[in-house]
Structure formats: structure tokens, C-alpha cells
Design a protein around this ligand. Structure first.
Ligand code: GDP
Ligand code: IMO
Ligand code: MG
Length: 431
């Protein structure tokens, strides 16, 4: 039995999807534990590219159970579009299981997300505008609509009516939008229900039984540590718990079940949306990384802000998640730089230097990066498949990370494709 959580250690888009896909070859179950279609994971197999938003990144391996747990928020329209798209490409969807406790993103959530961002003006978070925050807010307020409500027309109709009696006032009076029609919306949701119903299952039972039977489970996190609602760079975060602990809550498994936590870190750093970013590169450096690394959002197409690896943030991720191993992705992207700055500490305005992530938001916002410059390798490494075949400077870069963070590097990404990878230690066997 092994239960490995794969978690983003930065601000998302570390290449979690590719790592989960890679490990899924040897997994029986891949279970997504939080987030919604704010996530976008790009998987590349030869000439084929898949862009996943909700469906777990194990779906390319036939026979793998792909679970969407209770902690996920699900836009039925987007899910169906994704399922149809995958089916058209010949993928088998019979392994997909969706928790009845997952919450539905409804049209009002998307309107409220977009309009509240507009109202915030300069102070906006830069959300993906997919209705994520308002859906989790309604879940916490206990007025959400859940996947299991799709199983009963009477309950669904009643819940939509009750929700709209409040939301339509909000839409009209605060957001100056037209109210939504409860009958039209109910009929539309019932059509979605037809398609989604066969996938609904008791996913906590499924995952726990798989573990009881000695199977291999991968828990897939979307977003990442610094976007965590409780531990990230609030308020510039998402509205769920991507950190490893979120896997237990989001899937309904006990903490004693987790056997390993694999943190995924890009060899540099990106951020989409607003918020502090101490090691953000200057315009020229950022543009070079963006062009070479293809740093544009999978979901929104937005330019990602780019910068240098932040070891203060990575140490924090090791602590918050209890990382047992690291996957360092996109090392190939750094091949164009002669020298590579790495942020090893933060300097505060009073001159204090920190090597741990600041607990107070003002310290974080005023933090200046303390860089150490490492030697570049200036060689294409996209064909390298073993650690020893990497140039010495690239090996040095990885060893520097291990030594600074205190977590061994198990996997190294050297390109977009599934086969462009170096396995330093077997992750699933180690678990
Ligand atoms: P995720 O949200 O964490 O799954 O990451 P995204 O898919 O949003 O963004 C990562 C991007 O980098 C995708 O386009 C991946 O195909 C790509 N990628 C992943 N690993 C590597 C790597 O090692 N090298 C290169 N060049 N690209 C990679
Ligand atoms: P994956 O899973 C990168 C960011 C948004 C915004 C903030 C809040 O692909 O790594 P939200 O729509 O969640 O309310 O937006 O979080 N964000 C992501 N950034 N990758 C993601 O997902 C993200 N999901 C949300 O840009 O700053
Ligand atoms: Mg992404």
C-alpha cells in the first residue's frame, strides 16, 4: 500500500499534471482533492497534447480509477465539455468517480467572481473568474449545491430556487446584472445531471478500500502551497487547501494513510495574478524566461509573471507539507542563462535577513530577495535521461536545492514530453 500526495510548492503551474501522469503508470487510483477548473494541467505525449482542468491526470492510463473528491468544486458545463473532449479522442472514461459531496459551481458564482474583481479595481486578486471563491464561500455558509443534489430533481429545484431568492437580489442590486431564471437554470442543470449521474460514487469509501487492499493511490493537488487559503499569501490565494493536509480533508482519508509527500517545484518561479513575488525578475529577465518556458496560462492564456527560484518559499513548502521528496521541473528552461540567481533569503527594510518565510504579510510584501548566483550550464539538456549525464553545473544546481531545503530531489523534468524526465529515486517504491 502506498498513498503519495503530489503537491505544488510554489504559486501553481509547476508541472504537477506531468508528474502525476508519469507516476500514474504504476498507480491504481489518482484522486484529485481540491480546486476546480481554475486548474489547468498540460500533458504532452509525443505529438498529442492534453489540457486537463478537472479530470485527474491519471486519465491517460486505461484501468486507473480517477477520483474527484469531496473537496473539489465542479462546474458541470466545463466537466461535460472536458469529458466529451477526452472521449472524442478515444479515452476510456469508465474509471472516473465523482464524490456526491463535491460542490457545484453555478452561473451566479461565475458572475459574482468576475464582477467582484471588477469592483475591487486596482485591489483585485486576479482570479481565474471561474467562480471558485464564491462557490467555496457558499459551501462554508452551508448554502451550496452539491453533486448529489443532481440525483433528485425535487431537491435540485428547491435548492436552486432558495439560492436564487438571495443571489438574484445580489445580482440586481449590487452587481447591476439581470436576475437568473430559476426554471431555465433548473432545466439546464437537469440536462447536465443526466451526463454526470453515472459517475457519482462514494469516493471516500473507494479510496479507503483501495488502500485497505494494498493498492497504490496518488492524491493530486491543484494550485499550490503559496495559494493555500490558510497558509498562502492571503488574500492573493485561492479558496481551498492545496497543501498536503488538504488531501485528507478533500478525499476523506485519515492522516495515517499518507505514506509520502512529493513536492513539485519549477526550477525557477512563476505567478499568475496579483500579490507579492520577492524574486520576480526584471522585465527583460521575465520575458526571456516566459518565452523559453512557454509561461502562459493553460486556463486563461494570461502571461505568467516570471522570476528566480525562491528557496525561502520552498523551505516553507517543505515545512507546511511535510515533503519527503521533490520533483524539480523545467530545468531545461534555465539552459539559456550563463548565471542563475537563486533567492536564498529575504532582507527586510530594517536590514534583518530571514531564511524562513515571514509570518507577517507586511514583512513578506517588503521583503527584498537575497540572491546567490549559481553557474549556468549553457547546454541543451532536453535529451538527458540520467542524473549523471547532466552537466556538472546542472547537477550542482539540484544539489544546492537539496542542501538548502533538506529534501531529496527524486525527479527532474528536462522537457515537456512524458519521456523527458530523469528519475533519480523511485518515488512510489520509496513510499
Ligand atoms: P500544472 O498546473 O502544475 O500541472 O502545470 P501546467 O501544466 O499549468 O504548466 C506547466 C507547463 O510546463 C506545461 O505546459 C507542461 O507541459 C510544461 N512542463 C512540465 N514539465 C516540464 C519540463 O520539465 N520542461 C519543460 N520545458 N516543460 C515542462
Ligand atoms: P494549477 O492547478 C496558477 C491563482 C489565480 C489567482 C488566485 C485566485 O494549474 O497550478 P481563483 O480563480 O482560484 O480564485 O484565483 O489563484 N490560481 C492559479 N495560478 N495555477 C493554478 O492552478 C491556479 N489556480 C488559481 O491566478 O491569482
Ligand atoms: Mg496549471
Amino acid at each position: 500500500m502506498s498513498c503519495t500526495v503530489v503537491v505544488g510548492t510554489q504559486w501553481g503551474d509547476e508541472g504537477k499534471g506531468k508528474i502525476v501522469d508519469l507516476l500514474a503508470e504504476r498507480a491504481d487510483v489518482v484522486a484529485r482533492y481540491q480546486g476546480g477548473n481554475n486548474a489547468g494541467h498540460t500533458l504532452v505525449l509525443g505529438d498529442e497534447t492534453y489540457k486537463l482542468r478537472l479530470v485527474p491526470s491519471g486519465v491517460l492510463w486505461p484501468g486507473t480509477l480517477c477520483v474527484l473528491g469531496a473537496g473539489v468544486v465542479l462546474d458541470p458545463e466545463v466537466l461535460i465539455e472536458e469529458l466529451d473532449g477526452l472521449e472524442e479522442r478515444g479515452l476510456d472514461l469508465s474509471g472516473i468517480r465523482i464524490s456526491g459531496n463535491a460542490h457545484l459551481i453555478m452561473p451566479w458564482h461565475k458572475i459574482i467572481d468576475a464582477d467582484s474583481e471588477l469592483m475591487l479595481g486596482r485591489l483585485q486578486i486576479g482570479t481565474t473568474r471561474r467562480g471558485i471563491g464564491p462557490t467555496y464561500a457558499d459551501k462554508a455558509s452551508r448554502v451550496g449545491i452539491r453533486v448529489q443534489d443532481l440525483l433528485d430533481e425535487k431537491i435540485l429545484r428547491q435548492k436552486i430556487q432558495t439560492a436564487l431568492s438571495v443571489k438574484n437580489v445580489l445580482l440586481r442590486k449590487i452587481y447591476h446584472q439581470r436576475p437568473l431564471d430559476k426554471d431555465v437554470l433548473t432545466e439546464q442543470t437537469l440536462r447536465y445531471a443526466e451526463r454526470i449521474r453515472p459517475f457519482i460514487a462514494d469516493t471516500s469509501l473507494i479510496v479507503n478500500r483501495a488502500l485497505d487492499d494494498g493498492q497504490t493511490v496518488l492524491c493530486e493537488g491543484a494550485q499550490a502551497t503559496l495559494l493555500d487559503l490558510d497558509h498562502g499569501t492571503y488574500p492573493f490565494v485561492t479558496s481551498s487547501n492545496p497543501i498536503a493536509g488538504g488531501a485528507c480533508v478533500g478525499l476523506g482519508i485519515g492522516p495515517t494513510r499518507i505514506t509520502a509527500v512529493l513536492g513539485v517545484a519549477k526550477a525557477y518561479l512563476t505567478r499568475v495574478g496579483a500579490g507579492g513575488f520577492p524574486s520576480e525578475a526584471d522585465e527583460e529577465g521575465s520575458a526571456r524566461i516566459r518565452e523559453h518556458g512557454g509561461e502562459y496560462g493553460t486556463v486563461t492564456g494570461r502571461e505568467r509573471r516570471c522570476g528566480w527560484l525562491d528557496l525561502v518559499g520552498l523551505r516553507f513548502a517543505a515545512r507546511i507539507n511535510g515533503l519527503t521528496q521533490l520533483a524539480v521541473t523545467k530545468l531545461d528552461v534555465l539552459s539559456i542563462f550563463d548565471r542563475i540567481p537563486v533567492c536564498v533569503g529575504y532582507r527586510l527594510p530594517d536590514g534583518t535577513e530571514l531564511d524562513e518565510f515571514p509570518a507577517h504579510q507586511s514583512d513578506f510584501h517588503h521583503a527584498q530577495p537575497v540572491y546567490e548566483e549559481l553557474e549556468g550550464w549553457n547546454t541543451d539538456i532536453s535529451g538527458v535521461r540520467t542524473f549523471d549525464a547532466l552537466p556538472a553545473a546542472a547537477r550542482g544546481y539540484l544539489e544546492f536545492i537539496e542542501q538548502q531545503v533538506g529534501v531529496p530531489v527524486a525527479i527532474v523534468g528536462t522537457g515537456q514530453r512524458r519521456d523527458q524526465i530523469i528519475t533519480v529515486h523511485e518515488v512510489l517504491r520509496a513510499a
